[in-house]
Structures are given as structure tokens and as C-alpha cells.
Design a protein around this ligand. Structure first.
Ligand code: HXC
Length: 510
């Protein structure tokens, strides 16, 4: 018996070494942690239960029969984050470059199925060279099996991907289907085809970083939702994000106790809006001043900064915040902002997280670049997302709410539950000078008359009271009381019951 126990321990030790000490050292030399070290940091101490540690590949081609490494390039299992169940897989670059074989794929699919059945999130950590070249179509089949599970789990359990090394070919499409993707700066990159293939096909010369580094995907393409400085920071922040999310769509979003007073008054908010309507202010200041303990987890901060989205808590309850940012492009809605916010709104709706929308938007961005890029379809994504959302929807208009963007940003007309405005709100088809120039074109050369027309339009529309007189705004509130009013509104919506008509699925303008 003792021998058998010793043999088991020996087998485990061998599996834990992955591709061997030399490759582990190489991994560390690149500033990266190993697959197991990452899991240990991500999960609560001693909570990880590993599955399929002894799985080996079945490939006999290209001398692979002699190259067997237990675990086959991916560490899988489950554990907890702050006591809540999480399924995890972590690609082991030290084993055949973390490449995906048929058995490697089976391990991931097993985790995905268990998470879906048991209602818990899946976190995938990527550091891999794509399909295992020696396995050919068997590896491709394995990827498709993973993509299918990703798709079936979408909207049922949260799925998060953390890119911590190379991520190419088949490895990019599984993250792309998941809810959030994060990257580590300098050590990770993502692309469908690498620089060599790019050179062959298009004659373009690019580096790994230029093609698919964090600087590209967190800012330009918007493929990833955030980039972190190193493995450690990335994993700590991932734990923080998970704390905001429910385990599945069958569960309410978590509630955490808070020391922050519900009726905390923020007098400084009364002077947040500058006297000059064209002067920006930082919408993040407002967010941080109204949410519990100023704790805000921003999603995609570098991409489309003209809209701010992320998670926070009100009276301990997770909420999704969507806010126009006057500091960037005056908070206008463009293609990128519409896609970013539309996707976030849909995530919150799928996972029962109430939405708080803070509005200061001058409209949709005009111009050929936007129109040629399909602003109509992309803008409609955000409109569609808000319109179909049935979670509690709270809206505060702080300043501008012009044109179609007024409708889009969780207006009463799209089933906003509680719609407030600050006294500084301007709810109109457009800004006063633009409106005067169109209505009074004949007076365009006459400065005095035009000033009168602008003043008349301002007096009539650039305030919240016309909308309030029609019931489109439920109340005009003092800025300092915003936190208390939102919390009270959220309390009334605890048992909100609203369903959309039955359908197989909708047809969002993709
Ligand atoms: C088998 C692989 C591998 C792969 C890497 N390795 N990628 N083995 N299949 N796809 C092995 C290497 O042979 C090496 O083994 C070890 O992993 C480390 O790789 P290195 O090249 O030494 O590391 P590095 O210089 O850091 O480069 C990492 C890399 C590079 C950029 C990922 O290895 C690479 O370009 N790999 C191939 C990427 C690729 O084209 N994959 C196929 C994508 S197509 P030893 O024994 O020497 O340590 C695809 C189709 C799916 O995925 C599509 C589904 C939709």
C-alpha cells in the first residue's frame, strides 16, 4: 500500500513539473508565471481541486508517441474566489507550447460542461501556440468543441479569458466568444495569424506587439477589455471583477456589506457641471462619488473613452454603470462607444445586474468616417440593447441629452424605470445655436437676432422641465442627493417583473 501511495505522489510531482524545470525557468525569465502558479494566485488558498492531471495525448505521428507529458498542456479544475465556486483552465506553455491536442481540448470541454451544469463561471488563462501541429484535424475538431461550449454557456454563466502569453490561431476565437478578455502588457499578444503569415500574404512587416499586443487590443481594436502590467496584477484584478458578478443567470448579482452611508450627501456634486456648457468635466468623478466606497471596476478604459462602462455597488448591490464622458470627444456616441456600451448593457441584462446610466451626450458623431463605418448599424446596437433590457434601469441626465442619443441612453421611452435629471440638464433635439441656425436660417447674418433666437431656444428647451412636465423625467433632483435617490429607486425595483415576448432569439443588428 505504501508503495502505491508513493507512486501516486511521484506521478503527481511529475505532472506538476509540466514540460520540466528548464522550461519553467524560461517561463520565469520571460516575466511570466507558470500555469499552476497563476491558478494558485487566482483562487482562494488551498481551494484548487485539479482534474485530469494524468491525461496524456493519443497522437503517434511525428514521434509524438515517445513524448508524453501528463496533463497534456493544460491545467484544469475548480476552486473558489472569496468562497464562491469557479471553474478554471490554465494553458501550460512549458508543455508543447501550450498547444491544443484532442485530449487537451477534452479537458477544457469537461470543465466547461461542469460549469454550465453547476452554474459557475469559467475562467480561461491563455498562453499557447494554437493547434498542436502534429495532431492536424483532431486539434481543429477540439477547438470547435470548445467554441460550441463557449457559445452554449454564453449568457448562462460568466466566461472570462485572461491572455498571459502568445495566443494565436484557434486560441483567439474561444476568448472572443467569452464575456471579457484581459491581457498582460508586453508578455502577451493575440492574433488570428502571426507576423510571418502576414508578411507572406500581404507583404506587411509588423512585430508581434504591433499586430496583437495589449496596446493594440485594449485601445484600438477594442478586442480586449483591459490590460495589466504583469501576471500578478492581472490575477488580483480578475478576483476583484469576479466579486461583482453572479455565478450564473439563475442567481441574483451578489450583495456585499458596506460601511458607506446610504444617504451620504455629496455637496461637491452641486458644482460639478461647469457654467460653460462646452466645458468638460470628469464623469468618473461623479461615478466615484455616488457608488459604495468609490469602488469602480472599469471595463475597457482605453477603448472608446467617450463612454465609461464598468461595475460598482449601491447599498452593496452590484450595478453596471454606463456613462458618457464629456472629457473625451465631448461624450459623443460614435461606432466604438456604441459597440462597447451595447455589449456591456447586454452582459448586465443577461446576468441580472441593474443598470445605472449617467447621461451627458451631445448626440451621435457626424461625418463620412462614421457613416462609412456603419454608425447606423452600430449605434442601433446600443439602442437595441437598452430597449430589450429588462433589468432595473436607472437614468440620471446631468447635462446634455440631445437628439437620438437622448432616446438611446436608457430613456423613459425604452422602459427606463426611474429617470432623473439634474437641474442643469438640457433635453433637446440639438444644442441651442445649431437649432437656431436651422430654424432661423434667414437671420444667419444678423448676430443680434441670432443671439435672441439662441436665447429663446435655450429658455424653452435647455432645461429638464419640459421633459419633466410630460413625465419623461420622474423628478429633477439635487446633484448632492444622487446617491440616496438612486439607492431608494433601486430598492423599489428589487422585485421588478418584466418579460419580453417569447422568441427563439432576437436579431440584434450585428
Ligand atoms: C506543437 C508547438 C506549437 C504548436 C509551439 N510549440 N507551438 N508544438 N504545436 N502549435 C512548441 C515548440 O515546438 C517548442 O517546443 C515550444 O512549443 C515552445 O515554442 P517556441 O517556438 O520555442 O517558443 P517561442 O519562441 O516563445 O514562440 C511561441 C510561438 C511559436 C509564437 C507560439 O511557438 C509559434 O509561432 N508557434 C506556432 C503558432 C501557430 O502557427 N499555431 C497554429 C495556429 S493555427 P520545444 O520542444 O522546442 O520546447 C490554429 C488553427 C485553429 O490554431 C483554427 C481553429 C479556428
Amino acid at each position: 500500500m505504501k508503495d502505491i501511495l508513493e507512486q501516486l505522489e511521484e506521478k503527481r510531482s511529475r505532472a506538476r513539473l509540466g514540460g520540466g524545470q528548464k522550461r519553467i525557468d524560461a517561463q520565469h525569465a520571460k516575466g511570466k508565471l507558470t500555469a499552476r502558479e497563476r491558478i494558485e494566485l487566482l483562487l482562494d488558498d488551498d481551494s484548487f481541486e485539479e482534474w485530469d492531471m494524468f491525461v496524456e495525448h493519443r497522437c503517434a505521428d511525428f514521434g509524438m508517441a515517445e513524448k508524453q507529458i501528463p496533463g497534456d498542456g493544460v491545467v484544469t479544475g475548480h476552486g473558489t474566489i472569496n468562497g464562491r465556486l469557479i471553474y478554471v483552465f490554465s494553458k501550460d506553455f512549458t508543455v508543447f507550447g501550450g498547444s491544443l491536442s484532442a485530449t487537451h481540448a477534452e479537458k477544457i470541454v469537461k470543465i466547461q460542461k461542469a460549469a454550465l451544469q453547476n452554474g459557475a463561471p469559467v475562467i480561461g488563462i491563455f498562453d499557447a501556440g494554437g493547434a498542436r501541429i502534429q495532431e492536424g484535424v483532431a486539434a481543429l475538431a477540439g477547438y470547435a468543441d470548445i467554441f460550441l461550449q463557449n457559445t452554449l454557456a454564453s449568457g448562462v454563466v460568466p466566461q472570462i479569458s485572461m491572455i498571459m502569453g502568445p495566443c494565436a490561431g484557434g486560441d483567439v476565437y474561444s476568448p472572443a466568444i467569452t464575456d471579457f478578455i484581459f491581457m498582460v502588457r508586453d508578455t502577451s499578444y493575440m492574433y488570428v495569424t502571426g507576423p510571418d503569415v502576414v508578411k507572406t500574404v500581404t507583404n506587411e512587416e509588423v512585430t508581434h506587439e504591433e499586430l496583437g499586443g495589449a496596446s493594440v487590443h485594449a485601445k484600438k481594436s477594442g478586442v480586449v477589455d483591459g490590460a495589466f502590467e504583469n501576471d500578478l496584477e492581472a490575477l488580483v484584478q480578475l478576483r476583484r471583477l469576479v466579486d461583482f458578478l453572479p455565478l450564473s443567470n439563475r442567481e441574483p448579482a451578489p450583495v456585499r456589506s458596506t460601511q458607506d452611508a446610504i444617504d451620504r450627501c455629496e455637496a461637491s456634486l452641486d458644482t460639478l457641471i461647469p457654467a460653460n456648457p462646452n466645458q468638460p468635466y470628469d464623469m468618473k468623478e461623479l461615478i466615484e462619488k455616488i457608488v459604495d466606497e468609490g469602488d469602480f471596476f472599469e471595463i475597457s478604459p482605453e477603448h472608446a473613452p467617450n463612454i465609461v462602462v464598468g461595475f460598482a455597488r449601491l447599498e452593496g448591490q452590484s450595478v453596471g454603470i454606463v456613462a458618457n464622458q464629456p472629457m473625451s470627444l465631448a461624450g459623443v456616441l460614435d461606432i466604438d462607444a456604441s459597440r462597447k456600451a451595447g455589449r456591456f448593457v447586454r452582459f448586465c441584462d443577461a446576468f441580472n445586474i441593474p443598470l445605472v446610466t449617467l447621461v451627458d451626450v451631445p448626440g451621435f458623431l457626424p461625418g463620412t468616417k462614421q457613416e462609412y463605418g456603419g454608425l447606423i448599424k452600430h449605434g442601433a446596437k446600443l439602442l437595441f440593447a437598452y430597449a430589450e433590457a429588462t433589468v432595473p434601469k436607472l437614468t440620471v441626465i446631468t447635462r446634455k441629452a440631445y437628439g437620438g442619443a437622448y432616446d438611446v441612453m436608457s430613456s423613459k421611452h425604452l422602459r427606463g424605470d426611474v429617470n432623473y435629471a439634474w437641474p442643469t440638464a438640457e433635453i433637446a433635439v440639438m444644442g441651442a445655436s445649431g437649432a437656431a441656425e436651422i430654424i432661423h436660417r434667414a437671420d444667419l447674418g444678423d448676430e443680434e437676432k441670432m443671439a435672441e433666437h439662441v436665447a429663446e431656444y435655450e429658455g424653452r428647451f435647455t432645461n429638464p422641465f419640459i421633459a419633466a412636465s410630460r413625465g419623461y423625467i420622474d423628478d429633477v433632483i439635487m446633484p448632492r442627493n444622487t446617491r440616496r435617490r438612486l439607492i431608494q429607486a433601486l430598492r423599489t425595483l428589487k422585485h421588478k417583473d418584466l418579460e419580453n415576448p417569447w422568441k427563439k432569439h432576437d436579431n440584434i443588428p450585428l
